[in-house]
Every structure is written in structure tokens, then in C-alpha cells.
Design a protein around this ligand. Structure first.
Ligand code: PAF
Length: 169
């Protein structure tokens, strides 16, 4: 049975309970519209951790085109149905208001990493990704986090910033 949370406090409480029982936490952040690639990561997380958290959040601040944000597919119910049997224990599906009660002004220095390739054409995109990943990591405090390799530049940026954080837990 998958537990569904919408608020940061109920999510933290559910995860802290697991951590206090000595469990390891695997985390797969997503924007929903789940597909085989996600299920593969979730199964990987389930085989290496005691408790698996999947976040489903269409992060508005990583879209630099409002039409793309409006058109992004959202179907939480279908996503949750498909998660049954994958090893996912908890889905965290916050609203934008819950995640950003006020604008998050964190700045990151990725060196050249966010100024080339896709970053060149999507100003602010990787900063938006980094802000949400930082917030999600603070909420979930994962032992291990799993990201798709398809988005090569995003993975490089996340590895640069957070590999040490994850290795510390
Ligand atoms: O790769 C994605 O789906 C998103 O960029 C992520 C990492 C969930 C952040 O919103």
C-alpha cells in the first residue's frame, strides 16, 4: 500500500519515523507522467534501500516557457496506480504553494555546466532544477537518490552539487 502525502510536515514525519527505526531511504524525484524509465529507477531504489520515496511535482520554476508548464501532463491518480508493485512506499505530491510559499532566492554557481548545451537555450532552467532538488533533499533526507541518465546535463549538475551530501548519509 502506497502512502500519499501532500505537505512537507507529514512527509518529514513519515520519513523520520523510518529513519528512527534505522531504515535507509531511497529517493526518486519526478515530475509525474511516469514511464518505464522511472519504474526502473524505483525498482533499483527498492532493491538497495529499505524505504522508497517518489516525489511527483511539476516544478514551475524550471520552466522558462509558460506554455510548456501549462501543457505538462498531470495525472496523479494514474501515476499512483502504476506505482503499485514497483517497491515505492511513499509518494510526496506537494502543491506549488507548499513548495514555494515565497520565492526561493538561492543562487548556485555551476561554473560552465549550465551555460552550454541545453542551458544556453533555457536560461534559469537548471537553477530551477537545483532549487527544487535542494528543497526535496532537505525534506526527504535520502540515503541514496536516483536520477535518469537521459538528461545528461541535469545529472552532471546534480552530481557536482550533491554527491557529497548523499555520500554523507
Ligand atoms: O528530471 C526531472 O524529472 C526533473 O527535472 C526533476 C529532477 C524531478 C526536478 O524537478
Amino acid at each position: 500500500m502506497i502512502n500519499l502525502t501532500h505537505t512537507i510536515s507529514e512527509t518529514r514525519n513519515a520519513i523520520q519515523k523510518q529513519i528512527s527505526e534505522g531504515k535507509t531511504i531511497g529517493f526518486v524525484p519526478t515530475m509525474g507522467a511516469l514511464h518505464e524509465g522511472h519504474f526502473k529507477l524505483i525498482k533499483q531504489a527498492a532493491s538497495a534501500n529499505d524505504f522508497v520515496v517518489v516525489s511527483i511535482f511539476v516544478n514551475p520554476i524550471q520552466f522558462n516557457n509558460p506554455d510548456d508548464l501549462a501543457k505538462y501532463p498531470r495525472n496523479l491518480e494514474a501515476d499512483i496506480q502504476q506505482l503499485e508493485g514497483t517497491g515505492c512506499n511513499l509518494v510526496f505530491a506537494p502543491t506549488a504553494e507548499e513548495m514555494y510559499p515565497k520565492p526561493d532566492l538561492t543562487e548556485f554557481d555551476f561554473g560552465q555546466l549550465d551555460k552550454v548545451m541545453e542551458g544556453k537555450f533555457r536560461p534559469g532552467h537548471f537553477k530551477g532544477v537545483a532549487i527544487v532538488v535542494k528543497k526535496l533533499f532537505e525534506i526527504v533526507t535520502p540515503t541514496k537518490a536516483y536520477f535518469g541518465e537521459k538528461d545528461f546535463q541535469q545529472l552532471a549538475i546534480i552530481k557536482k552539487k550533491w554527491l557529497t551530501f548523499l555520500r554523507c548519509r
